[in-house]
Design a protein around this ligand. Structure first.
Ligand code: SF4
Ligand code: SF4
Length: 257
C-alpha cells in the first residue's frame, strides 16, 4: 500500500506538470505513525494550539507526508536580486493548487478503498498576528522522516529544501518511515556553512535566530510586487536558493588529515 501511495503521488505530480508552467522533480514520500509522541510535543515546540492528527480524524493511524521539489529553472530564477522572481511566486501558487488537487485525489482513492482521510490546506492556515499555525506540514514531515530542519527553518530532504510539503491524515495503518539519525544541516551538524543566513536581505535570519515577523514583512513586500498573479504570493525563498542544501543533502567537508 505504501508503494501504491508513493506511485500515485509521483504519477499525479508528473501529469500535473504537463498543464502547468511550473515543473517539479520526483516527489519524496514518508509516513508517520499518528501516535508518534513527537506530535504531542509540537504543542511545546511549535504552537500551544498545534493539533494532533486525532484532532482531524479521531481514528487517525498514519500521517502521509510528501515533498514536491521545484524544478531547476524555478530555483535558478529566484537567485538574483532582493525580491522574489515572478517564476518563484507562480511556482508557489501552482504548487499550492497541486497540493490541494493531489490531496483530494488521494482522499478519494483512500475512501474508495474503505479508509478515511483528512487534509489541511498547504498554506494560509496560520494566525497572522502570531504567525503560528495549528498544523505544521513541515513538522509532520520531519516526524515522518522526510528530512531534518536547517538553520533556515526549512526541511532539508534528500532533494534539498526548494519545494513544498503536503500532508494527509488517514485511518489506514502503515509502518512509519525511519527518521534520519543525524542533522543534515551543516551548521547544526558542526557549526559550518551558515550560507542561508548570509542570503537574507531583511536581517530576519541570523545564525542565532529567525525573526518570523521580519521574514513575513519581506514576504508581504514580495506579495505586493507580485500582485499581477492570480492569488497572494507571500513568498521570499532567498535563503533556500544557491545554498548547499538547495537541491540535495549538503555534503560535509572531509576533515581528515
Ligand atoms: S545553507 Fe547551510 S546552514 Fe543553511 S540550512 Fe543549508 S546547510 Fe544549513
Ligand atoms: S524567507 Fe527571505 S526574509 Fe525569510 S528568512 Fe529567508 S531570506 Fe530571510
Amino acid at each position: 500500500m505504501k508503494q501504491l501511495i508513493r506511485k500515485t503521488i509521483e504519477e499525479f505530480t508528473a501529469s500535473y506538470a504537463h498543464s502547468s508552467d511550473t515543473g517539479w522533480e520526483k516527489p519524496l514520500v514518508a509516513f508517520a505513525s499518528a501516535n508518534d509522541p513527537l506530535f504531542a510535543k509540537l504543542k511545546e515546540l511549535a504552537s500551544p494550539t498545534h493539533e494532533l492528527p486525532q484532532g482531524f480524524l479521531s481514528e487517525a493511524r498514519t500521517v502521509i507526508t510528501y515533498f514536491l521539489p521545484f524544478a531547476d529553472q524555478v530555483i535558478e530564477n529566484n537567485k538574483k536580486g532582493r525580491f522574489s522572481s515572478q517564476t518563484w511566486g507562480e511556482a508557489y501558487i501552482e504548487t499550492n493548487k497541486l497540493i490541494a488537487d493531489l490531496n483530494r485525489y488521494l482522499q478519494e482513492k483512500l475512501i474508495h478503498q474503505g479508509y478515511q482521510a483528512v487534509f489541511v490546506p498547504a498554506t494560509h492556515n496560520f494566525d497572522e498576528k502570531t504567525l503560528l499555525s495549528d498544523w505544521s506540514h513541515r513538522s509532520a514531515a520531519y516526524i515522518a522522516g522526510l528530512g531534518t530542519f536547517g538553520l533556515n527553518h526549512m526541511l532539508i530532504t534528500e532533494r534539498g529544501c526548494c519545494g513544498r510539503i503536503g500532508s494527509l491524515v488517514t485511518d489506514l495503518e502503515l509502518p512509519p518511515t525511519l527518521r534520519y539519525k543525524r542533522e543534515l544541516c551543516l551548521y547544526k551538524n558542526d557549526g559550518s556553512c551558515g550560507e542561508c543566513a548570509k542570503k537574507c536581505f531583511n536581517e530576519a535570519l541570523t545564525e542565532n535566530n529567525l525573526d518570523k515577523h521580519k521574514c513575513y514583512e519581506m514576504c508581504l513586500a514580495n506579495a505586493d510586487r507580485l500582485n499581477s498573479l492570480e492569488s497572494i504570493a507571500d513568498v521570499c525563498g532567498k535563503c533556500l536558493v544557491e545554498v548547499p542544501c538547495s537541491t540535495a543533502i549538503p555534503a560535509r567537508e572531509n576533515k581528515t588529515g
